[in-house]
Design a protein around this ligand. Structure first.
Ligand code: ADP
Ligand code: 3PG
Ligand code: MG
Length: 368
């Protein structure tokens, strides 16, 4: 894989760079990007600056959301750069403004269709291609897969950092700890299986743990379960650490929430919504040299943030190298002002999980 960081000023001077970034940022109802939503935009800036300072012009490609009608306009406004339609971009516009953004790639179905003709159109706007969108490298779409077939292509600065840091998770310093939360078992189970032989402990929280409790024969009441998950031997693996107490919600009681109850005493009308971080985790975290974390510990959006917050503070206090991904988790860390206490915050959610499970991603392979 060739890297942007290895290109000299002379090689970039006067070049038009088509740059794939993931500007798929969360946005409130008001359709305005706020500083707290802009992590991915901030992390793309070094690549844009690197190209500009070498005298290259920049045509940014991205999609936003999943609705093809959604516009990139709020992102262009936040970045204070002009926005142009995807089709028929006139590159002479770069003389007025050397950094431009094109409209939502998903507005054209050929993006998701990985259409070679669409790739050709996008590639025609530039002389070189930079992929700096780690968080979309798991998507085999035209902007990711086709452009590198047509232009000299390089990994951007953030993509390079993501690969380097996530490789530390795959070759961890020991003792190593994996923390898994969230809800989507089908995306998390391959990571648990891949990292199990590489780490000393795996702590399970979030809705994932409900499946473990169920398979152990505990009552889980109304809790969210993944019916498709087959845990097999994993349930009794000595490396797996489960919470002892959980926080439940019960429509019949108003006293839901703190302080939690034993996971073995959940009642049929209870819904597990968060976990209590067990004391044993203090030592495990304090001793860990590598910590990899993906997914919240509880039903976070509905106010059940306690488990995630306590764990965040524990991991922030650890001397080990911590790697964390997933939009929600990174946003929480920023709200708590703890980003400096983590080793690496990945921009990837699904992409981070797939990278950890497979050791690479289609978009990375496409760069050669
Ligand atoms: P991530 O986005 O970090 O990759 P997922 O998408 O798998 O993780 O899951 C995140 C979701 O899991 C959040 O919406 C959160 O509310 C939900 N969640 C976590 N724990 C629970 C729980 N006990 N019950 C219901 N939802 C939960
Ligand atoms: C993300 O937000 O994780 C990426 O932008 C991928 O988004 P997608 O799942 O809608 O393709
Ligand atoms: Mg998610």
């Amino acid at each position: 894989m060739k890297k942007l960081s290895q290109l000299s000023k002379e090689e970039l001077q006067g070049k038009r760079a088509v740059v794939r970034i993931d500007l798929n940022v969360p946005m409130g109802e008001d359709n305005v990007v706020k500083d707290t939503d802009a992590d991915r935009i901030r992390k793309a800036q070094p690549t844009i600056d690197f190209l500009r300072s070498a005298g290259a012009t920049v045509i940014i490609l991205s999609y936003i959301g999943r609705d093809p009608k959604e516009s990139m306009k709020p992102v262009a406004d936040y970045m204070k750069i002009p926005l142009y339609p995807l089709i028929g971009f006139d590159t002479s516009k770069l003389a007025d403004s050397p950094v431009v953004l094109l409209e939502n790639l998903r507005s054209d179905p050929r993006e998701e269709g990985n259409d070679p003709e669409f790739g050709k159109l996008l590639a025609s706007y530039g002389d070189i291609f930079i992929n700096d969108g780690f968080s979309i490298c798991h998507r085999a779409y035209a902007s990711v897969m086709q452009i590198p077939k047509l232009l000299p292509s390089y990994a951007g600065l953030q993509l390079e950092k993501e690969i380097e840091n996530l490789n530390r998770a795959l070759n961890p310093e020991h003792p190593a700890l994996l923390i898994m939360g969230g809800a989507k078992f089908e995306t998390k189970l391959p990571v648990i299986q891949k990292l199990l032989p590489l780490v000393e402990n795996i702590f399970i929280g979030g809705a994932l743990v409900n499946n473990f409790f169920k398979e152990k024969g505990y009552e889980v009441g109304q809790s969210l379960l993944d019916a498709t998950a087959h845990l097999g031997e994993l349930v009794n693996d000595p490396k797996i650490v489960l919470p002892v107490d959980v926080i439940v919600q019960n429509d019949a009681h108003s006293d839901h929430g703190n302080p939690g109850k034993s996971a073995t005493t959940v009642e049929p009308a209870d819904r597990i919504v968060d976990v209590v971080i067990p004391d044993v985790m203090k030592d495990i975290i304090a001793n860990a040299k590598t910590i990899v974390w993906n997914g919240p510990m509880g039903n976070y959006e509905n106010g059940f943030t306690q488990g995630t917050e306590i764990l965040t503070k524990m991991v922030a206090g650890s001397e080990g190298f911590s790697i964390i991904g997933g939009g929600d988790s990174v946003a929480l860390i920023e709200q708590l002002g703890l980003e400096k206490d983590f080793g690496f915050l990945s921009t990837g959610g699904g992409a981070m999980l797939e990278f950890l499970a497979q050791g690479t991603l289609p978009g990375i392979e496409a760069l050669g």
